[in-house]
Every structure is written in C-alpha cells, then in structure tokens.
Write a protein of this length. Structure first.
Lengths: 308, 406
C-alpha cells in the first residue's frame, strides 16, 4: 500500500524509478504516518532504500531495492551492537524480509535478504503498541557487505534519525490540535477549560514549541535534499539533523505528557488513545538513542569537544 | 509546513529583492564598520554626557543621510524609489551584528505616525528634523494604571468649549528616552464618555513646554532608561493633534510592515548571544582548572539552548517572510515575541549558572561575563514591555487557538 503511493521511493534516484532526493516530502509523509499511528517502519525503509540505491553493481542490493519499490518486500534498518553482534531495537523487524544493519565501529553495512538468516526477539519491545520492534541476531557468516558511497552512508543515517523526529512531530501536532479542540468544548465551573489561563497559556506555549520543532525538521529536510555544494555541507546537514532530533526527542515526550494533564481524567483512559502517541514518541527517540546521541553529536559539530 | 525556504539566517538571494539584497547588505555592513557608533550594553540607549548625546544624534543623522533609515518614507520626504521593506530589516540586522547603536523610538516611533496621519504642516515641521537628528522622540503611552492594557489610560486632555485648546493632566510612565527627548507622542483621553478605545487622541508634545515634568527611573540594571512624565496643566492646541480628535487608537496601532519585520533582527541578536555563551563557557574555569565547556553537563545545556535559539530563528524567519508579503496572521507577532524574549531569558540564566560555577575567568572573559550579568537583569524588560509574556500567551490562545477569553 505504501509502495503504491510511492512512499519508499522519495529518496531513491530517478534513474532507479525513484523521486530523487525529496527529503522534504519524506519528512511530510513521516509526519502524516506518525499522526495516523501507521504501523510501517517508514524511517528505516526510506533510509535502507536510499542506501541500497547507492551500492552500484551489487546484485543483492538491486534485487531488494526492486522488491521494496514494488511493494513486495519490507526492508528494516538498525544498528549492530559493538560487542555481541546483536542489532537491538530494529523497528519493523518482526515483519521484515530484509534488513540493513550498520556496524558503526567498522563503518560497514550488512544486508540480510533471507529471513532464515536471522532470529528476531521482540519480547522486550512491547511498549510502543503501534509498531513492531525486535532485537535481531544475524546467523554467523550470513549476509552481504554493502559498499555504499560514503555520502550515501552518511545520509542514510541522517535520514533515519530525521524521519523518526518527523514521525514524533506529526503525533505532537495531531494531539495538540485534538487537545485544543477539547479544551474549547469541555466545560467546568460554567466555562470551557480552555478559558482558564492555567490551561490556555500552556497550550499557547506548546503551540509555539511545536511550531519550532516542525520548522527545525523542515529546515533539516531542506538541507539534506540540497546538492552538497558547500565544503561543509555534510557538517551543516548533521548539525541541522542533530538540532531537530534533540529538540523533538527531548520536547515531544514532555509535551505529550502535559497534554494528558490538560485533558484530565478522560485522557488517562485506554480508549482516549493519547497513550499511543506517548508510547510512539518515546520509541521514536529510543530508536535513535536520543536525546543523548543528538546532544553529543551537536557538541561535536559545534567544536565543543575539541578540548581547546 | 513552510514552502521552499532559502539560505540560512538572513533573507538573501532567494528572498524578496533577490541578489540585490546581498549587495545592499554588504554596503550596510561596510558603512557600519566604518562609521558605526558602538553600543556597549544591550538596552542602554540614554547618553551619559553632552558629548555622547552629540555622537548619537550625529550617528542617527548619518544613517538617514546615507539612506539606511527612512528610505521607505514617501520620496518627497526623503524616501527612495525602489525601496523594499526587507532593506529596513537588513539595516537592523547589521546594526546588531556590528554592535552599533540602534535607533528605536527616538527617530522611528513618530515618523510613521506623522507620515500616515499628520497634516502637511506637521510633516513639514517634523519630518526634516527627525532626519537631521534634531528631534529625539519618546512615547507617552503607559501609565501607572495602564500597562499591557493600554486602553485603560486615564490621562485627560480636556478640550475647551471651542475644541481649540486642550488642558492635559495625568501621569505617564516607562517612557524610554524621555529625559533627553525633544518631542513626545502622547495618548490622552479626550472623551471620557466614549467606549474606552474610542475616546483617545494622539498628540505631538514639545517636551520643553510648561507642565511637562520628566523624572528618570533608576532600574535594577543601575541605568535609567525609563522615565515618569508628569503632565500638569499642559496646554496643547489643534496643531498638536495627530490624526483626528478621538482617533488616537488608530494612530498608535498601525505600523509599517517593515517595522513589524524588525522582529527578524531579534534572531540575529539571539545568535550573537549564543556565541557569547559559548565564549563564556570556554573561558570560565571550574575549580579543577578545566574550562566549563570541556564538561559534558555544560555541553548538554548548551546543546539544549542551541535548539531553542534555532527554533526561534526559524519561527522568526517564517514570520518575517509572511510579513514581507503581507500575509501574516495576527498571532505571528505574539508567537515571535514570546519565543524570542523567553529564550533570551533562558540563555542569560544559563550564562549566570556558568559564571556562578566558575572560580576564575580571564580578562577577555570578564567582559563577556559582565555583559551577561547585565543581560540577565535587562532581559526581563523584554518579557514585560510591549505586552508581557502573559498577554502574548493570551493573544495566541484567542487569536490562533480560538479559545475563549480567559
């Protein structure tokens, strides 16, 4: 269904039947999917597709990419642990039939194209109820090493992190709109709760903050889409992605949790559903090890860690 | 989401005015580097000596003569054909970037009101003197009982039977620059029976007239930027009325797009402040002798502060782009003001935390620290003046979120 809409192809070159590098559109789509609590591993799918499209001459990569673009295959994305060769927290792994795993220590990407080549354990990842997630252990000696261009490798990681942030922003906006509507309708002591400053002013604060988060994601997407002409384009992109990720991963869970308070007891019920968004925003942050990863990343690109 | 935005901090090649704006910016920057009057401390605008006052007036005149101020005025009054609102924004941004003395109300407050509402005689009388740095202006708006709720003002301008002269009695407060102003723009109630916005008239007041008593207020920063102004039996005539009698609310609430776009300059201000914050953390040494910046907890706080600065930068840019094409939402100004002023306070709180944690700061750093301690105190002026943050949140709640009046 996603493939019918062309969603996995936003960051795949036109020569390979994609849309080029439309990170802006991908970010908008991610926000919509987040708002809709969609079950697909969109961030990882988009990052994998971008990476596979930049592994020139690799037949396995070509095959998996073709399957993804045709909507016949689902490729998830994750990080191999440093010591134990287990990829923890792979979004979409339970339903995926291909995996791209980054070994950060070695700077290598491993492509697994046969579900028989790994085991997935999702027992510890039940908090986010809207998407499947698992720890993945690849079978020894299986899979293919990918050799993407360094640029594509960097960008795939940036894409993954940014689209997770976009997902959370979509959820924040949907729930903020819903809470504002509710605050205008729900009455207590003879007037809508949104007419009390204690509620109204917090909603105003959250609105400003949500606008800031959304603009940071948009700006990062714009920079990632641009042809890297400037010498420090990669640094600029990383800075922007880290800023957006830090803002969203530290802001979204807090904001959503306060919306629950502003909604009152009805928001605490299972059926009201705000908890789905809280769970998902937490998972979006966790999948990229944020906010700390973004924080350290920002400190590095800003040159604060040089020791000078 | 915003459409295809271009360039980084500033509006440049992709923005209104195109590549010309870049060239314009370079000219302004060079002019300021060569002739700019330095501004030592944020928010300190009142001269401390006659010599300094001369310098300020000369600098303001130089900006007008060079066409960097007042270019948007009608050509007959010194404006320039082909002027774009974005040019005014560029000038303000470069003044901040160059740490130069920035004109605010002194020569800008009255100009737009006189151009839009003044008689030909008032324009002839007042506009050239603004351009010459001869007239410094101040606001006579707020009162002890009317701050954020300006329309509650009670100062009376009582007309005589013929409606030719007005006797003004009342007290104004928080008038920036009043102690060295030549002219004041006064709001006073001429019809106490009318609905509260409708009975107010705007007047042009020569500050030297009998019945005007200015008393500076020493503020928590140690400076005296604001004044109380007592009006007791001040006599004004028809020639002092700006716009129509009882039409004063319109005079003060209309503003030029280019001046509303000055909100954009605040983004530059925050970016400069953030650089100052990093400089402070680099030079401030903790008890173990290491610079504050070398520590992860400080880096984490700086990273969080940087995300807020970047959020404000983009919020402001978004707002300015809408203002420049006259497509702004009424809540855009309040959103930008709230975001900018509150982030400014957050930065200064972090700066003071770093200073407090440090045992030694070198000589260069001491200057930065001194500036931050001043900013920490001054920053609260911004979250209160021009509509307090609480007013901004209420405006956002009503105008943007559609919630009922609290």
């Amino acid at each position: 269904m996603l493939a019918e809409l062309g969603l996995p192809a936003f960051c795949v070159p036109e020569a390979l039947d994609g849309f080029g590098l439309r990170v802006d559109v991908a970010a908008s789509a991610a926000a919509e999917l987040g708002a809709a609590l969609h079950a697909s591993p969109f961030a990882g799918l988009t990052a994998s597709a971008h990476l596979l499209a930049h592994c020139a001459g690799n037949p396995q990569a070509e095959q998996v990419l073709a399957g993804v673009l045709a909507g016949e295959r689902v490729c998830a994305f994750g990080y191999l642990g440093a010591g134990d060769q287990v990829a923890r927290l792979v979004d979409g792994a339970p339903d995926a039939d291909a995996l791209v795993l980054l070994n950060r220590a070695r700077g290598e990407f491993l492509l697994l194209e046969d579900p028989a080549d790994w085991t997935a354990d999702s027992r510890r990842h039940g908090f986010d109820l809207t998407r499947g997630c698992a720890d993945v252990t690849p079978a020894a000696g299986r899979g293919h090493l990918l050799r993407p261009s360094p640029e594509a490798a960097r960008r795939a990681v940036d894409l993954y992190e940014l689209l997770l942030a976009a997902d959370a922003v979509g959820g924040v906006r949907r729930m903020l709109d819903r809470t504002i509507t509710y605050a205008g309708q729900r009455r207590t002591f003879g007037k809508p709760i949104g007419g009390y400053q204690a509620v109204q002013h917090r909603l105003a604060e959250h609105t400003v903050r949500a606008r800031g988060m959304a603009l940071l994601v948009t700006e990062a997407a714009r920079l990632l889409s641009a042809e890297p002409t400037a010498a420090d384009a990669a640094r600029q992109a990383r800075r922007c992605v880290a800023t957006a990720s830090l803002s969203v991963s530290s802001g979204a869970p807090h904001l959503l949790h306060d919306l629950l308070q502003l909604t009152g007891a009805i928001g605490f019920t299972w059926e009201y559903g705000l908890h789905y968004y809280e769970r998902r925003a937490h998972q979006d942050a966790r999948l990229a090890a944020n906010p700390r990863h973004a924080q350290r990343s920002l400190a590095e690109v800003e040159g604060w860690t040089d020791g000078s | 989401m915003a459409a295809d935005l271009t360039a980084d901090t500033e509006l440049t090649a992709g923005g209104p005015g195109g590549a010309d704006v870049d060239a314009y910016r370079q000219r302004v920057r060079a002019f300021i580097a060569e002739r700019g009057l330095p501004m030592d401390r944020e928010g300190v605008r009142v001269p401390e000596s006659a010599a300094q006052e001369r310098q300020i007036r000369d600098w303001l005149r130089a900006l007008y003569e060079a066409g960097y101020l007042g270019a948007g005025w009608p050509v007959e009054w010194g404006g320039q054909a082909g002027h774009l609102p974005v040019h005014d924004l560029v000038v303000m941004e470069e003044l901040i970037r160059g740490d130069a003395y920035r004109p605010l109300d002194q020569v800008m407050l009255a100009a737009h009101a006189v151009i839009a509402f003044g008689s030909d005689e008032q324009k002839r009388e007042l506009l050239p003197r603004i351009r010459a740095g001869e007239h410094i202006w101040c606001q006579l708006f707020s009162e002890p009982g009317a701050g954020s709720d300006l329309a509650a003002l009670r100062t009376r301008a009582e007309p005589d039977a013929a409606g030719e002269t007005f006797t003004v009695t009342g007290q104004k407060i928080w008038s920036t620059d009043a102690q060295w102003s030549d002219m004041g723009l006064l709001l006073a109630r001429t019809d106490p029976t009318a609905e509260r916005h409708a009975g107010i008239t705007a007047f042009v007041v020569p500050m030297g007239l009998p019945g005007v008593d200015v008393r500076p207020i020493r503020e928590m920063t140690g400076h005296a930027e604001f004044c109380e102004v007592f009006l007791d039996g001040l006599q004004l005539g028809r020639q002092h009325v700006l716009g129509e009698v009882n039409g004063g609310w319109k005079v003060v609430t209309s503003g030029l797009a280019s001046e509303r776009a000055f909100v954009g300059a605040n983004a530059i201000q925050l970016e400069r402040l953030f650089q100052d914050l990093v400089a402070l953390a680099r030079t401030a040494r903790l008890p173990d002798g290491t610079p504050a910046l070398a520590h992860e907890d400080i880096q984490a706080k700086l990273a969080a502060a940087l995300t807020r600065v970047e959020e404000v930068r983009l919020i402001v840019r978004d707002t300015v782009e809408r203002i420049l094409v006259e497509a702004e939402h009424p809540s855009d100004g309040p959103v930008a003001k709230l975001a900018y002023t509150e982030t400014n306070v957050a930065l200064s709180e972090l700066a003071l935390e770093i200073i407090a944690s440090a045992v030694s700061i070198d000589d260069d750093g001491a200057q930065v620290a001194d500036r931050w301690q001043h900013n920490f105190l001054w920053g609260r002026a911004l979250t209160i003046s021009g509509g307090a943050s609480e007013i901004m949140r209420g405006l956002i709640g009503r105008q943007l979120l559609g919630l009922p009046r609290a």
